[in-house]
Design a protein around this ligand. Structure first.
Ligand code: CO
Length: 481
């Protein structure tokens, strides 16, 4: 006897294409917005899952759409627009996928594959569907290729200019910000006959006519680069966590398989941490612990001769498999990540590991402005419910593992973005902004809403209803007015 899980409306809808682009001057609002809250929640995420005959295979493949919720004088306006990346434009013009994505590849010739990878040539995708950032006055959407896409935060139109070019072929969409200079810090993997991790900085003070030239701070030789979605930052160090999910660069160039299917799980390697000095680029390695996997670093800091870092940890890289669209749309549960603290001792290179809370958490956020590079007490994020999908907003107090949560039947919240109240004294004084997919049918078609919670106690302050469903996305940022 076989048991099949019926597709749930949430996962069917959350992974279905949104083509419609709108501008709405004022969304229907219930509740009351704090009077100090002014600015735009900007988000990116996959929204188009088919191109011509071809269907995207993985959640990370969908063509990006930008969303803007602008809060002003107690009202909320909204706009959304497909990100006009070259991946998107080529797909529109030719009616087929032209550039490869995370787990879906058009059939490219062997020659082109090698050219793509080792020359950084003209065929890398720039479908910036993971995250976005503000660098000086520029807004930049990002994915894990070296081609960020600049856009206008009001119209959401893409700019013709590349804001900068990453010194490598693979990078992260989770840059950090230097709290003194405001410059952007990130790492990239440079692939070739010999490969390396490169740590680089992009200054914030540039004009749109003069794209910034990244400054490489340090470089670290690597044979088989690990898949790393993010990294940590302390006052002195870049913190790299190399999980044993690694790729042979030559195989990546030659295999003919989609990008992520070239990575191999090699648990015998364990998880390795490396610290790279932000001033000198000098690397300190030798920190090793059991195999695990994570997408997201939560925060990192130095304390009493140790580097402390919190990650959302999975036992292995099976989560990458869990996020294939066929599985998700069939309502299969996805693995849950555990908030885990690693303490790296600078004295003896030992690694201690501690679970910080019982409940799982993903898409973590902190009070970044206050706690980046410094100790934090609170982590907000999403947590799986009984259906095995993100159904809750969670607040974890890392000092005692205490949690608070927000949930509502048939509602599926995305990443809760923390916005601090100006002049706030307490770390959790502010609001959370989360885009929630509401699949209750009632009399209207299902749609999404912007939820505004008090970040301290997770009580609801307001919600503003979008005119359509917004597919499940990854990350966004709040840009103050
Ligand atoms: Co991410």
């Amino acid at each position: 006897m076989s048991v099949t899980t019926a597709p749930t409306t949430a996962t069917t809808l959350g992974f279905s294409t949104l083509d419609r682009e709108v501008v709405v001057d004022e969304l229907e609002l219930s509740g009351e917005l704090p009077s100090w809250l002014a600015g735009s929640l900007l988000r990116t995420g996959p929204a188009k899952f088919e191109v011509g005959e071809q269907r995207m295979r993985h959640w990370f493949d969908g063509l990006a759409m930008l969303h803007r919720f602008t809060i002003e004088d107690g009202h909320v306006s909204y706009g959304n627009r497909s990100l006009e990346s070259r991946s998107y434009r080529a797909a529109q013009e030719q009616g087929r996928m032209v550039y490869g994505e995370f787990a879906t590849d058009p059939c490219r010739s062997l020659f082109k594959r090698v050219q793509t990878l080792f020359s950084g040539g003209g065929v890398l995708p720039d479908n910036a569907n993971i995250n976005l950032t503000r660098l000086g006055e520029r807004f930049i959407a990002m994915t894990e290729t070296p081609l960020p896409v600049q856009f206008d935060p009001h119209t959401l139109a893409a700019a013709d200019v590349r804001p900068y070019r990453v010194p490598g072929q693979l990078s992260t969409a989770h840059p950090h910000s230097d709290r003194t200079t405001g410059s952007m810090l990130n790492y990239a993997a440079k692939l070739g006959r010999t490969s390396s991790y490169r740590f680089f900085e992009v200054g914030r003070s540039v004009t749109s006519e003069h794209p910034s030239k990244p400054r490489v701070i340090g470089s670290l030789a690597v044979k088989e680069p690990a898949y790393m979605h993010s990294f940590g930052l302390t006052e002195r160090y870049f913190v790299l966590a190399e999980f044993p999910f690694v790729v042979n660069p030559l195989a990546l160039a030659l295999s003919g398989r989609p990008y992520i299917e070239n990575y191999r799980w090699k648990p015998e390697r364990g998880t390795r941490f490396t610290l790279v000095d932000r001033e000198t680029g000098e690397a300190t390695g030798g920190f090793q612990t059991d195999a695990c996997f994570a997408f997201h670093h939560v925060n990192a800091y130095e304390e009493d001769g140790e580097v402390v870092l919190d990650l959302c940890v999975y036992p292995d890289a099976g989560i990458v498999e869990d996020l294939y669209l066929e599985r998700l749309r069939a309502g299969k549960p996805v693995a849950s990540a555990t908030l885990t603290r690693f303490r790296l001792s600078l004295a003896d290179r030992s690694v201690r590991r501690e679970q910080l809370a019982e409940q799982g958490i993903e898409l973590p956020r902190i009070n970044y402005g206050r706690c980046n590079e410094r100790p934090h007490r609170y982590v907000w994020g999403n947590s799986n419910g009984a259906e095995g999908w993100l159904e809750r907003i969670l607040k974890i107090d890392v000092t005692d593992g205490a949690t608070l949560s927000w949930a509502e039947s048939s509602c599926y919240p995305g990443e809760p973005v923390f916005v601090a109240r100006p002049e706030a004294e307490h770390e959790d004084d502010g609001v959370l902004l989360s885009v929630v997919l509401d699949v209750r049918s009632e009399t209207r078609p299902p749609r999404s809403f912007l939820l505004v919670l008090d970040a301290a106690d997770l009580s609801e302050l307001a919600r503003a209803h979008a005119p359509h469903h917004i597919p499940f996305g990854f990350h966004g940022q709040f840009a103050r007015a």
